[in-house]
Design a protein around this ligand. Structure first.
Ligand code: SF4
Length: 113
């Protein structure tokens, strides 16, 4: 079982990055590239693949109910679906816990009997 894509790259997987924006994969891009519509959103989402702070970015968008643009590799429509499922969640807490759990699951030694 692999790590969910939105949990970021393995190198940063254990520690939550508080000041994540300077490490964003999109920091050198024009902001307009992330605020597009339709099929262009899929192209925008490719910027997020491999972003070391993808989870932090997604948590920020969900916790602040940011309505526009691609954040954390998700479109506004995809984020709205998550918000409907858990309207009162602390997304930072959820995603941080999920990342820690995924790390434990993928780094735990396997026992062969
Ligand atoms: S996840 Fe995407 S939008 Fe968020 S910081 Fe990384 S590249 Fe930018």
């Amino acid at each position: 079982m692999g790590t969910p894509a939105f949990l970021g790259r393995c190198g940063d997987i254990m520690n939550w990055v508080e000041d994540w924006a300077p490490r964003a994969a999109c920091r050198a891009e024009q902001p307009d590239k992330l605020f597009v519509r339709g099929a262009e959103q899929n192209k925008a989402k490719t910027l997020c693949q491999g972003c070391p702070v993808r989870t932090e970015c997604l948590a920020e968008a969900l916790d602040n109910q940011i309505e526009w643009g691609v954040w954390g590799g998700m479109t506004e429509r995809e984020r709205r679906a998550l918000l409907r499922r858990r309207p009162n969640a602390s997304w930072r807490q959820l995603l941080e816990t999920a990342r820690k759990d995924a790390t434990v699951a993928t780094t735990a030694p396997s026992v062969t009997v």
